[in-house]
Design a protein around this ligand. Sequence first.
Ligand code: GLN
Ligand code: ZN
Length: 739
Amino acid sequence: MGYPRIGARRELKFATENYWAGRISAEELEATARSLRGSVWTELRDAGLDTIPSNTFSFYDQMLDTTVMVDAVPARYRDLTGLDRYFAMARGTAELPPLEMTKWFDTNYHYIVPELALDARFQLADGSAAKPVAEYVEARKLGIETRPVLVGPLTYLLLAKPKPDSPDGFTPLDLLDSLVETYAELLERLAGAGAQWVQFDEPVLARDLSGRETDALVRAYQRLGGLSSRPKILLATYFGAVTAASLRAIAATAVEAIGLDFVAGPGNIESVASAGGLTRKIVVAGVVDGRNVWRADPARVKSTYAVLLGLADKVELSSSCSLLHVPVDLESETALDPAVRARLAFARQKVTELVALAADLRSEDPWATPLPAVPADPQVRARLDALGDARRSDRAVRFAAQRAKLGLPDLATTTIGSFPQTAEIRQARADHKAGRTDENAYIAAMRNEIARVIRLQEGLGLDVLVHGEPERNDMVQYFAERLDGYAATDHGWVQSYGTRCVRPPILHGDVSRPRPMSVEWTAYAQSLTPKPVKGMLTGPVTMLAWSFVRDDQPLAETARQVALALRDEIADLEHAGIGIIQVDEPALRELLPLREADQEIYLAWAVQAFRLATSGAADATQIHTHMCYSEFGEILSPIADLDADVTSIEAARSHMELLPYLRAAGYANGIGPGVYDIHSPRVPTAEEIEANLRNALQAVPADRLWVNPDCGLKTRDYPETEAALANMVIAARNARAAV
Ligand code: GLN
Ligand code: ZN
């Protein structure tokens, strides 16, 4: 369905960043890109794949490529040309802000959101901007026949947003017919160049579609399918099951093949069976997980295949979605435990796996090698069984106990955890990791930083302090490195957006905590000040969301194991005299299933895991949580169910939109709606922060209202951070005096 574009050693990232910095020319960047594309195609051919995708390369993002291809470039970028225009849309220039960027479905990949005007005039770009044609021809010159991959018209339009100030009632879907005509022209051009197949990616089919959207789907593919001169069409869906109704609608069009994701959407089996009508289509069965790092289970592949055989004209095998979402090559991971490694497959291995699975299915006596089982940790399992569903005392009881113990003022001030990560801190961590400095020097450097941050916060007059998180490379990786059942990779990079890559840890077995993970740093910070220092942990859902997670048991079960480890950590923090503990869940919203029908079950286990982690805390221990997103309507009731004593949440960036929801929901615990946006270096004035606070006081009583920024400060610099926090403290004092 698609392949990583970054290169096994992130060659594309480095070349692109060199181009941005003016160190290499556009031609040099293009040359790196061409060589990466060529080596992917060659590799896929040599691995023995029967058909090979192209146009899966991108300098930044495939949605942005589509915007360029159909000439939907917003007016403000039109003075620029070529790569400069492209990167201006992706990341802005000194004068121009970039286009918006957001998450690609429920993955950690981000796409550039098309911004479409009512009077948009799509037209097919020429030359290399007609990228699918250019790449097809490029591959063909290497003697490799490919299947260009295109973002489907429905997905493109449903992920687009109307240009600001568009007339009411306009939705990008109104532009369908014009967009489809542009795609029709593209198909003709591809056919002219010799293309036998194209792939239209329509992952929106894994979401709930309205009647109008389903009609649009049918209209688009009837038109494209009906073209007299065109390549054959594979309509690829992924990230979940497609409804039988959608399948029936597709089956009625002339597309030749339908791609279905049987990993994220096991329900597709049922859909295919009840839709019927696929007997004249090829079903491309996504059986190798494109989003996770495990080898496929041959028994499962076999049974999927067996069911499909009778229902389709022909069955082909593929990855469940583009392999963009997994690291490139397991061969680079020389330090992994061989027992874990034996269960893994990265992109390169998954291609080999597909070829082998297909060969096995064709053979007389398939399936010699079952997957190795995951060893269980009986102690973890027994402890979890004994725990059951844990709850804390009533909120009123806790509130009174905490008030008595902590003695905090109304409108208490705090921060979200991290302080700026200076070059010196990063250097100290890197030196330690590389063995250039010894343990004692490292500890001294971190303690030094913690002491500095504590003094700074005392000077600013904050009420609840933090240690500043200097020792954390990343809020998930830090804990993953300290938990059994987790492994880190050396080169397991995955594109998150543009040149930004992440290296998610791998949660491969039963999770447990061999020793305390954060207690020493936090206790040291507390030893320096009479003010309360807030302990800082990453919650179970976020630990899963930003990792590759074992798939041999339900996520809910794995979340409980992580929660148990956190529960132990919280007990140890309490023992060390920490009275306030924050369990961050910034990814709670992100794992929300695409279909509404699946959301309740997810939220139930997510909430349960958080409660399992936190419910061992004494009544007088104040549990905080933090999240950063702004779609409050759908998420506020689960947030209330977490039953944290205090929740800090992004609000300034979304203009305090959360307040009416809070009032409507009768939210009764403490809440800290962020009073300033930390994503920009701008220093907010005390007056504007105070205005936000007065606004918030309309919805929340003063003894439950907290004063904090939108999120952690690690990406900021010190001067602006100090100035902003000083203004925040002044604003809190003024608002307090006015209550
Ligand atoms: N405690 C973390 C920090 O301050 C929270 C980060 C986040 O919300 N993503 O950095
Ligand atoms: Zn945050």
